[in-house]
Design a protein around this ligand. Structure first.
Ligand code: CMC
Length: 428
């Protein structure tokens, strides 16, 4: 039978349609499986499950290919800026000069946050994690823009996207200032996206932070390279929340929480703490590799391995070059960079990592660049979130635009207690 997979359960055969993506990826459509057979599939971690079709991002993990809307990530990184790529992801096409200018203006016009929203920061303790504040403040933002969360009001989406992209940056910088106990620095309309973020983070009332253009470029690349990565944990979270009909702000707030986890966006912080641990403990690289391989040890090589890439993560390649550039511009001598390089070299030669196809991922070098720029470790994942926002918005729109969309509601195989007789509390 052409274009069908055959599933046999006992004597009964069930033809299942095969669907082919535009890049030739093949999937077996099991959407009618339960109604036809009474069975569900079991796939912990969804490693073999396509939750939807999507036309935003393509990854070939075996070949190390990443494309946004059909454009190679290498081309975009060499020629575009984060804001331009954000537009591409959200609206599907690279902007014309006029469209980019209009979008950039919207970003500038929406950079301030409502003064009352600013007061919410005072409710957090000074040592609150910026990811907790970011998630809470994004959700709170919806209260200040009720017109943008009306599901019938889709024509306001461009404004909502620009608002969110601009304000997330202000919220991020304010949460950093809060942790320092320093006054908030308002956005500067004359600075570009990344330079403005650095200004709000590092300027103080008596001294404006002057950004080295090459540093802003490197951070712009970090954001662009993080901008989307198809159905990763946080994006799947955004899509799942969106599928319930939740508004853009609440869906993205949930995505921020998912990103916070140390196996996901939090890994960039994990890389630095691992490198510090090695440095401060004077640990031997060989020993670290052995520990990472030892299943009885808690130690994992952070910044290594990926669910999808079974080849060098193309984003890590670009960031490795950027790390070299930034370190030479800043004349920065960070012993952690040498440790990272040695660790990478040793792991790539080791059969454990070779056999499992474990390569450096995007987080391996991004943290070192941010650290060189003076961004504190706690803020790394926040910068990842700012970068990932356009992807989340694009996926939220895709879910809402899908005429066949259904609420996400996975099944399970129940393995708990079967029928039990209720025991009154005094008899337990
Ligand atoms: N160090 C040592 N062993 C590893 C590592 C690692 N970093 N990553 C995977 N392995 C081993 C793992 O123990 C398993 O071995 P075995 O087959 O003997 O049981 C095998 O490789 C397959 O790993 P897995 O855990 O089944 O892979 P996964 O797809 O479930 O997890 C991952 C992917 C990224 C969570 C994992 O590789 C990991 O924990 N890496 C470190 C954390 C990290 O860098 N995360 C950032 C991911 S990239 C940014 C993002 O998308 O958020």
């Amino acid at each position: 039978m052409k274009n069908k997979a055959i599933l046999q359960i006992d004597e009964q055969k069930y033809p299942l349609p095969i669907i082919t993506g535009s890049e030739g990826e093949k999937g077996i459509d099991i959407s009618k499986l339960r109604s036809q057979t009474g069975y569900v599939t079991l796939d912990p971690g969804f490693a073999n499950t396509g939750s939807s079709t999507s036309n935003i991002t393509f990854i070939d993990g075996d070949k190390g290919i990443l494309k946004y809307r059909g454009y190679d990530i290498e081309d975009l990184a060499a020629n575009s800026r984060f804001v331009e790529v954000a537009y591409l992801l959200i609206w599907g096409e690279l902007p014309t000069t006029e469209q980019l200018r209009a979008f950039s203006e919207m970003l500038t016009d929406n950079a301030l946050i409502h003064e009352n929203l600013k007061n919410h920061f005072e409710g957090f303790p000074w040592n609150a994690h910026p990811m907790a504040m970011l998630s809470a403040m994004i959700n709170a933002l919806s209260c200040y823009h009720p017109e943008l969360v009306d599901p019938e009001n889709r024509k306001e989406e461009l404004k909502a996207a620009a608002r969110l992209m601009s304000k997330i940056r202000t919220i991020a910088a304010f949460s950093y200032k809060m942790s320092l106990g320093e006054p908030f620095i308002y956005p500067d309309p004359n600075r570009r996206y990344v330079a403005n973020l650095l200004h709000m983070m590092f300027s103080v009332p008596h001294q404006r932070y002057e950004c080295v253009p090459e540093i802003a470029k490197a951070l712009d690349k970090i954001m662009m390279l993080h901008a989307d990565h198809e159905q990763n944990c946080s994006t799947s979270t955004v899509r799942m929340v969106a599928s319930a009909g939740s508004n853009l702000f609440s869906s993205i707030s949930a995505g921020v929480c998912a990103l916070w986890g140390n196996l996901h966006g939090g890994a960039n912080m994990g890389v630095i703490s691992m490198l510090k641990q090695i440095h401060e403990g004077g640990m031997d690289i060989k020993k670290c590799i052995e520990m990472a391989k030892d299943k009885n040890s808690e130690f994992r090589l952070m910044g290594f391995g990926h669910r999808v890439y079974k080849n060098y993560d193309p984003r890590a390649k670009i960031l490795k070059e950027q790390a070299d550039k930034v370190f030479s511009i800043l004349k920065h001598n960070d012993p952690l960079l040498d440790i990272a390089r040695n660790l990478e070299e040793a792991a790539l030669k080791d059969s454990y990592f070779q056999d499992r196809k474990l390569y450096p991922n995007v987080d391996f070098y991004s943290g070192l660049i941010m650290r060189a720029v003076g961004i504190p470790t706690d803020m790394f994942t926040v910068l990842f979130a700012i970068g990932r926002l356009p992807g989340w918005i694009a996926h939220w729109r895709e879910v809402n635009d899908d005429p066949n969309g259904r609420i996400s509601r996975p099944r399970q195989i129940y393995t708990g207690q079967t029928q039990r007789k209720y025991i009154p509390i005094e008899q337990r």
